[in-house]
Design a binder for this molecule. Sequence first.
Ligand code: MEV
Length: 340
Amino acid sequence: MVKVSVPGKVHLIGEHAVVYGEPAILSAVGLRTFVEAERSGRVIIKDRKRGFSEEHSVEEALDFARRASELWKEGKEKGDFSAVREHIRGDRFKLAAAGTALRMLGVDGGVSLQIDGDIPPGAGLGSSASLALAIAKGISEAYGVDSPVEEINRIGFEVEKLSHGTPSGGDNTACAYGGLIWFQKGNPNVIKPLREEVPYRLENFVLVYTGRPKKTTLELVSHVRNLDEEFRNRRIKAIGNATREMLEALKRRDFPRVKELINLAWDNLSELGLSTPAADMLIGRIREIGGAAKLCGACGGGIMLCYHEDREKLRKVIEEAGFRPMEVELGVEGVRIEEV
Ligand code: MEV
């Protein structure tokens, strides 16, 4: 038996714009998915927290993943990913992830997977990417397949495509590599760990769960894509420029500017129609005390990233607004082996 873990992620800045080729800065967060993996003649998937347990033959798992991949290709041609989404809906995502990983790793056999973790799903914290990567890493370790982080990330991206259609690849990359990362989609993607540029630990950031998003990532990304092109592109460019400037501000440890840039990015995301009444209210209160805040990932609810130099003041405002501040470390380690 091996045990591996993979963190979730937050976008410090750059979500949505990253889909259009602008850069994003993402950080791994101290909430993790854990997977215990063991070789088996079948594919057994258990999730303690969800009380979920399923067993398939290896052929079934491979066929399921193969079908998901075909449906994704058809969806790409049609510009409609609803069939693949339906195929992998809910807990079937795990089977798609396991089947894809078995195929891509070239493993000849099955696996028993025990899943656990503390990343809330569908909240902008990269729960699906983290789970897909943890399953891939667990299988590769159980079979002793040499799989560097690039390879695990490649598998994570294939699985992300099944649930998000045409993701940028930023989420899986941030979860896989860990730390703080500069990501820009391209051919090839630019993946730059910011260890040297930002060698210190990011402090005074607090996360808040603002409620379950009403729409999926796929729907929110499509919503942005369907906006008037000129209206959208102006905001996407503004977010991209704020991201480039954010890196410079982080290098100088210029947190007054970091705050302004988070707020600027949020104003643009909000104009793209990605806010919620709860987010508007909480962000308004945080700005009143001189802080910064924005929803993360696909937005439309989910996790909010908040910053203020005075963390206690920030916590107080969040609590007074009826929310619970989450103390979560940023810049944590990426894919990790816990036990062999
Ligand atoms: C989702 O966590 C982040 C988005 O930018 C989509 C993506 O990067 O694929 C909204």
